[in-house]
Write a protein that binds this ligand. Structure first.
Ligand SMILES: [Zn+2]
Length: 446
């Protein structure tokens, strides 16, 4: 049994990664993993890069999460009589549960608000109702909110119901969004909107667009299933305050991550976030105090930049960070997540019209819309037949990508043939197969 009585002693305890957690879950029984027998529920991560990870909650864990949700909404400026429309994912993911916990948290605090919860899969269905109740706050993924903005027809209840009667399927509900009729912007029909709360994807490339389309102030929020602890922007919009009174946050600087890749067995050193110099970039490591399953020095796989540790102009003292992206091979396009390994598997299965020798995916944006360009080094006598086979293969192996393409969450795939993919290597000397164009993080003006 290792004990830590101070921050210095905490750093003597080894860090754990997502892979360690998965391994422990496979090897041990639930009673060996969970502390005590007070578990009341479980939530899972999205499992976009393989098996989802499951996390237990006790009533006290839920109560603490509720306190944080209340704090979050105070930071975002929730007011009496606000009407909050929350676009969420579905059970067993945490973002399905949090809106319900929010209702409880607001009630406990004596705040009178309304909260309407709508699954992403039924977002089109919600628009006529949203127009009726006129929400003041919206929460969701920036890409999904932009999808609604793009395809907002003259959202009458009759029209939606008519389509549903014709073909009552989830797929059709998404397709229903595709018919462009008259250009109506969300701000024209949702006139009371004041605040938008966004998580689950980079907000920055979308920010000017959602603010313009919806006529509201956008706030970036970061949370993860493993920890459910929040970081959120304040009114200064200069990085996300990471709440270090409810968790211990560390950052493994980039040079330490590089050394770990180059020297097998090297244990990287982490710095406490509140002591890290401004502009430090590295992996975020969190220690939380959950009752059912506390995570100690958990490597989040999220790459961050330290914006500042001094007092913010809003007067809060929690350090501010910026989320830069993922360190693992997860490709996160908001509503669409898949792994480099899945893409690689699809490439290796191509054989009818040629063979893929090497490939690289370049992620860029037109405006805020993501585009995936696949550069191929391939042996084939018929390039267009190979492209077709490759497309079919990818859509079969990564069905979510097919859906994202159909509903135009991302731009059509582009394939380029090349005789040489060049020498773009990672710091660890591996061939870099997923490359982010500069436009990806910032967006590219149309
Ligand atoms: Zn602030």
């Amino acid at each position: 049994m290792r004990r830590a009585r101070s921050l210095d002693e905490l750093q003597e305890i080894p860090m754990i990664s997502s892979a360690d957690y998965k391994e422990a879950f496979e090897r041990f029984s639930i009673s060996d993993i969970v502390l005590g027998d007070n578990t009341v529920t479980w939530h899972s991560s999205s499992g976009s890069s393989g098996e989802p990870k499951w996390f237990p909650y006790t009533m006290r864990d839920i109560a603490r999460t509720r306190e944080q949700i209340l704090r979050l909404y105070r930071v975002l400026g929730v007011r009496e009589d606000d009407i909050v429309l929350q676009f969420s994912s579905v059970a067993p993911m945490i973002s399905d549960a949090v809106p319900y916990w929010m209702i409880d948290a607001m009630r406990d605090a004596g705040l009178r608000i309304q909260c309407v919860i709508v699954s992403f899969y039924l977002l089109q269905f919600a628009m006529p109702f949203a127009i009726k109740i006129q929400p003041t706050m919206l929460t969701g993924l920036p890409s999904m909110l932009m999808l609604i903005a793009e395809h907002l027809p003259e959202s009458s209840r009759e029209r939606t119901m008519e389509r549903l009667r014709e073909e009552p399927s989830v797929k059709h509900l998404l397709y229903a969004a595709l018919t462009r009729v008259k250009r109506v912007r969300p701000r024209d029909v949702l006139r009371r909107l004041r605040v938008g709360v966004f998580g689950g994807d980079l907000l920055d490339p979308y920010r000017p667009y959602v603010e313009e389309e919806y006529g509201m102030e956008a706030f970036d929020v970061y949370s993860l299933t493993e920890s459910s602890v929040y970081a959120s922007e304040c009114e200064a919009h200069d990085g996300l305050h990471l709440w270090i009174d409810t968790q211990v946050a560390e950052v493994i600087p980039k040079d330490e991550l590089e050394r770990e890749r180059e020297e097998p067995g090297y244990v990287p050193k982490a710095t406490y976030l509140h002591r890290a110099p401004q502009d430090t970039e590295g992996e975020l490591v969190l220690t939380n105090f959950r009752e059912a399953l506390p995570l100690i020095r958990y490597r989040t796989g999220d790459l961050i930049r330290v914006r500042g540790t001094s007092k913010c102009s809003c007067s809060r003292t929690h350090p501010r960070i910026k989320i830069l992206g993922r360190l693992d091979d997860l490709i996160n396009l908001g509503g669409l997540r898949f792994s480099e390994a899945q893409l690689d598997r699809a490439m290796r299965r191509v054989k009818k019209h040629g063979k893929v020798r090497a490939w690289r995916a370049v992620l860029s944006r037109e405006g805020y819309k993501p585009r995936i360009t696949i550069q191929l080094q391939a042996q084939t006598s018929n390039e267009s037949a190979l492209i077709e086979e490759l497309n079919d293969r990818i859509l079969m192996d990564i069905p979510a990508l097919g859906t994202a393409l159909r509903v135009e969450l991302i731009l059509p795939l582009e394939v380029e043939f090349t005789s040489d993919l060049g020498e773009d290597l990672t710091t660890g000397g591996k061939f870099r197969r997923v490359v982010y164009d500069e436009s990806f993080a910032r967006g590219r003006p149309e």
